[in-house]
Design a protein. Structure first.
Length: 323
């Protein structure tokens, strides 16, 4: 059997990546110069992350930006944001071809005014699809998915540095989640989504994002095998997001090795939705995750899934502030 020919990357993407690489090198060199003196040691999570060219971010619900404590903590401690819900399919395309970017734009404007990076979450997943999508079949669903990706990624081109292109497509045992996307479009849907995102925004980092991948296990290995296949065929994927929704006493014995094996495939790794349940091990577990990211050169940053326990999706005070 002849080996599949690696697909040439689009010229735009190559140029965009080369430009980004040069810029990143420049920024890294500059930041190294800025933060060399111990007298200027960073005192916030974002500034500390920036010392090694990384980011430390938080998921944001824009309705809380009017609360001074929320906005002050977000603007002071973090140097990156992601929309907790405002950039998902149900929010951005509530009706076929009718896009609503108001929530995402509000966050992008707020972040850009403060020099903060913006992650995009998430172009395609099984949850939070608008009602009109859920009944679509075959080519109609394929067209809807590709049109959605194009519409959203085009709108945020140049404003979002990384997209969770596909979210949560695998089960615990490593099999594919039998979502409408999987059932109607077949195994190729994830590749299709990445190619659509690459066409819409060749400069953005294109990520696969999932939970339950905080160890070398059946689920993370299935994703590892997909990424290895994508890289071997030139499918445009740049990063893997590890949500890392974990317990205070989570077994993280293979966490760093798992991140490293993905990095060794030639992709960045990002901790995308970190929160750690309250308990005796909570602080140490936050430390273990952070140290693992710092130890893996291609771990580009950490995002915690919220600013304050008051508004967390969880009820066990899993975040860094207040509870
Ligand atoms: O917007 C509606 C509002 O109009 C309505 O009045 C209200 C009450 O029904 O619901 C609102 O929608 C809620 C939405 O958050 C926005 O607040 C949904 O009910 C609620 O289910 C949804 O929860 C979000 C959840 O994803 C949905 O799966 C959480 O806030 C969000 O933190 C959570 O985030 C996910 C990531 O996207 C993917 N990884 C897991 C993570 C935690 O589940």
């Amino acid at each position: 059997m002849t080996e599949p020919r690696p697909r040439p990357r689009s010229v735009r993407r190559r140029l965009a990546l080369a430009t980004a690489a040069v810029a990143a090198a420049g920024i890294a060199a500059a930041s190294a110069l800025i933060f060399t003196s111990p007298a200027q040691a960073a005192t916030t999570l974002g500034a500390s992350a920036a010392e090694s060219g990384r980011y430390f971010g938080a998921a944001v619900s824009t309705q809380y930006l009017s609360e001074s404590a929320y906005a002050n903590t977000l603007g002071t401690e973090f140097n990156s944001v992601v929309a907790e819900n405002a950039m998902k399919w149900d929010a951005t395309e509530p009706n076929p071809g009718q896009f609503n970017f108001s929530g995402g734009d509000q966050l992008v404007n707020w972040a850009q005014a403060r020099g903060m990076k913006v992650r995009g979450h998430t172009l395609v997943w099984h949850a939070q699809q608008p009602g009109w999508v859920q009944g679509l079949t075959g080519q109609n669903l394929r067209n809807a998915m590709n049109n959605h990706i194009a519409g959203v990624a085009n709108h945020y081109e140049g404003k979002v540095f990384a997209w969770d292109v596909v979210n949560e497509a695998f089960e615990w045992d490593g099999s594919r989640r039998q979502s409408n996307l999987q059932q109607q479009l077949g195994n190729g849907w994830i590749e299709e989504a990445f190619r659509a995102a690459d066409a819409a925004d060749p400069a953005a980092r294109l990520c696969y994002n999932d939970y339950g991948t905080d160890a070398i296990n059946a689920k993370s290995t299935a994703i590892y095998n997909m990424v290895r296949d994508f890289k071997s065929r030139g499918v445009p994927i740049d990063c893997v997001g590890f949500q890392t929704h974990i317990a205070h006493n989570e077994n993280l014995s293979s966490y760093q090795a798992n991140l490293q094996r993905f990095a060794d495939l030639g992709v960045d790794v990002e901790i995308t939705e970190l929160d750690v349940g309250q308990g005796s091990g909570q602080a140490n577990t936050y430390g273990t995750v952070t140290n693992a990211c710092m130890a893996v050169a291609r771990c580009t940053g950490i995002t915690v899934w919220g600013v304050t326990d008051k508004y967390s999706w969880r009820t066990d005070n899993p975040l860094l502030f207040d509870g």
